[in-house]
Design a binder for this molecule. Sequence first.
Ligand SMILES: Cc1cc2nc3c(=O)[nH]c(=O)nc-3n(C[C@H](O)[C@H](O)[C@H](O)COP(=O)(O)OP(=O)(O)OC[C@H]3O[C@@H](n4cnc5c(N)ncnc54)[C@H](O)[C@@H]3O)c2cc1C
Length: 587
Amino acid sequence: MAIAKRKFDSLVIGAGGGGLRAALQLSRAEATVAVVSKVFPTRSHTVAAQGGMNAALANVLPDNWHWHMYDTVKGSDYLGDQDAIEYMCRAASHCVIELEHSGVPFSRLDNGKIYQRPFGGQSQNFGGDQAARTCAAADRTGHAILHALYQQNIRAKTHFFDEYFAVDLLKDDEGYVLGALVLDIETGEPLIIEAKTTLLATGGVGQLFRTNTNARINTGDGMAMALRAGIPVQDMEFFQFHPTGIAGKGMLITEGVRGEGGYLINKDGERFMERYAPHARDLASRDIVSRAIAIEVREGRGCGPRGDHVLLKLDHLGADVIHKRLPGIRETAITFVHVDPVDTPIPVFPTAHYTMGGIPTNRFGQVVAPLGQLVEEPVPGLYAAGECACVSVHGANRLGGNSLLDIIVFGRAAGNHIIGYLQENHYHRPLHADSVDRGMQRLARWDQQGDGESVDNLRMELQREMENHCGVFRTAEVLQDGVVKIKAIEQRLQHARIKDHSKIFNTARIEAMELENMVDLALATVISAQARQESRGAHSRVDFPERDDVHWMKHTLFFKEGYKLDYKPVRTKPLSVDSFPPQKRVY
Ligand SMILES: Cc1cc2nc3c(=O)[nH]c(=O)nc-3n(C[C@H](O)[C@H](O)[C@H](O)COP(=O)(O)OP(=O)(O)OC[C@H]3O[C@@H](n4cnc5c(N)ncnc54)[C@H](O)[C@@H]3O)c2cc1C
């Protein structure tokens, strides 16, 4: 079968903030750029980001990038790479101003400067008083950023393939990545997109867990594509559980609520965070607040008839502040729990939120991997940015407001590096037919109709097992059981079939391929978690409650072949300042 082909200088897979920021850099430099997205670009998950983006603008309280760097290293529980963290924190203010000039309508202070709110884990002067570092457009910051970037890309003539699903990367025998095989979701027709460089910006994999804040599209497709191409994924055991998801449902109530002065109470009306983080209280970092809520509930101080949640109180802020700064949150609470936060507290419980791990990259967005040799090297032609990448600025725990920053800073950096690559690589390398075969076989596998296990049921089972076996608290036995159960789901998926096979919109085929991706990433997560015998950041082992810097201050690499694990050192040396050595993490 002859497959249609298109050629571009650069292919960007993913139209969230990370992909669109990179594409904009490239289109403005006159490269021909294709952006592929399985949903219409402005429906990408960045649109859901609420609270804001960190930058040490010092508009509200004194601040500088070095304090931001310190907070990020500490927040990462010393697993973040300090060269990348320094780079990100230094670039932050410039990137916010660039966004403002691109049309992002940030909220304003009375003096006209960009409004900044306090977020968890932020401090002045290396661990001192609370800082206010998060630049916000009310509680719809991601929406504002994504729409501005999309409009700028249209203006710069970026070419969009909307509602196309990327199936697999295309590679040659020398390891160069030459584009991707994609599927037109509407027609079911495959398409080869050849490109001199390919950037993965496909977002996170929050759908691994039953209760989560993520959109249904967040199935980790780019990470799984990398795994199938022989590239490992890094630090997957570190999955962030956000403390304040709507109890039992998962939708996010932004940390911005606590930044504006909201606080958590248990069934006795006690402001319990004072016991867990006497200094930062409700604005301690997310791993700490999530664990505190889980302990309150476990020890019988939860609220409601089943005692299974705590309450987030913000009625004392007054209707004016809630209407002006948190309108989306009020709407979410009214819609999903029929509670108006202007007068009633919101029931909350930790919910799966953010993938700290991902495709290993350096700070230029190049994917780096030890392919066949001991030392890791850039994979020629392949880049990654955003939540699917692990650069690693978040280490074991991401600070709120640092992800929008990450996607913009490293989307931009990847774009800049690709421009240099294109200046040295003028021609497309030849693409051999056999490199397309693997992706076509994957497609053909889901062309078969018939009886077998339902993809939908397997997906729900996977999410339930991940929640039960790889949640906020972990032990060797529970994780081992999880590995066995997820390997069994992997086996059963081989025999799953699509029953109602409609070629129109192809949703069944897409969901089957998404489940294949999720199973690979579930195994990466649970196997990496089982091996790491310490507690660090979001990875909390009841049987190994302490952080162990002697044995475990290193990044995990998981390879699909043979479920193999390897490790590599943390880059503790920053670019220009002294490194922050590991310390006990107190808030
Ligand atoms: C509810 C919520 C609120 C948040 N609030 C904040 C906040 O206030 N501040 C902050 O810093 N961070 C926040 N975050 C985190 C932050 O929003 C995300 O980490 C970030 O937006 C991810 O951006 P991205 O560009 O990496 O991916 P996304 O925005 O998720 O985009 C992924 C893109 O990849 C495409 N894609 C995926 N797979 C395929 C495929 N197979 N084929 C084709 N296309 C594909 C999708 O269509 C989409 O275009 C929040 C997250 C959530 C869930």
